[in-house]
Design a protein around this ligand. Sequence first.
Ligand SMILES: Nc1nc2c(ncn2[C@@H]2O[C@H](COP(=O)(O)OP(=O)(O)O)[C@@H](O)[C@H]2O)c(=O)[nH]1
Ligand SMILES: [Mg+2]
Length: 370
Amino acid sequence: MHSNIRVVVILPHKYINYMDEELSLVKTLYKEIVEVYTIRRPNPKYYITIPVLDEIKLLEDIDKIIIMDRLKPRQIINLYRELSIEVLDRILLILEIFAEHAGSREAKLQIELARLKHQYPLVKEAIRVMKLGELHGFLGAGRYGYERYYLMLKEREARIRRGIEKLRKIRSVRRQRRRREEAIHVSLVGYTCAGKTTLFNKITGLGKPVGPEPFTTLQPKTSAIMYRGVKIYFTDTVGFIRDLPPEIIEAFYATLEEIKYSDIIVDVIDASKPVRDVLVELSEALNVFSEIGVHGKKIIIALNKIDLVNNDHLITVINNINRSINLNEIVPISAVNGLNIDKLLDYIAAVYKSGGENIRFKVWAQATEG
Ligand SMILES: Nc1nc2c(ncn2[C@@H]2O[C@H](COP(=O)(O)OP(=O)(O)O)[C@@H](O)[C@H]2O)c(=O)[nH]1
Ligand SMILES: [Mg+2]
């Protein structure tokens, strides 16, 4: 996390209905959002419209500008020339978020590979621009010249690809080794803004955290607690991101793949959303699981934010989930208020003690009492 970096966020109009999610993505890494501008029609030269660009120039102490869209290399370079600050587009931001969650060496390499590929067109554009005039300090490549920089990237790409190949060969060995540990591993998944991190903090703040261990150091967002004599590791995963750019899907799968090594997956869903959205998110989650090869894993649905919904809505959501998929391990919770967190933990512990057998916990009936 970059706690004291001040950023300006530019939001394309297409995300206006998902503003919370988009800003939540930014806030995962950058807490200090100075200003947010929405852009309806991007300017071909700068992406940002001229009036907004002029406003940004008046803002003080801005370190970065984050544009939640896909930019042309030309636009990034023109913006850099105008503002002299780092320009991050949506892809680069998401890759930074992946990097924070990447546990395996392979995930780290996949992320670096995606970042390299993202840089090629930029460097090519920089080479073109340099032939016309000056371009100071962009990408930090000035000293070497962009042509040499480009070759350097190509060499690095070859090295990364070899590294990934090698890792694929030894992967199965690693998996077996991890299985031996006597503990239970739980991955928290779910869309941006569903409340994964809030839940993670609530849970890991409950019990006495268990110190760093092999699994913990491997997985950066993992923490363990002792609960009723069971050691439970929780991982706050990168989660699902709406409108994920296709060119970074490999990196996404590699980052999320660690959930294959967990015993239980908790899918955190924002229950305050309309029923349709909840169902779409759920089915997309299941798609991703099958895409990365998660099979036969216990999945618990944590319907979060029930402090925001009335009982009728909650029951409609639960009934619809039950009707659409054969998966009724549903625990309504409020991560913020700590409501039903103990039930979620009881459930996890019970699944562990039963050896993963199907247990039906119908805790939802009392979910909104009081
Ligand atoms: N009302 C309410 N808000 C919540 C709850 N859990 C999380 N939030 C809020 O939802 C937003 C996103 O939460 P966060 O944990 O960052 O989501 P993540 O992207 O899934 O990690 C934050 O503003 C939280 O305060 C909840 O149970 N009730
Ligand atoms: Mg989070």
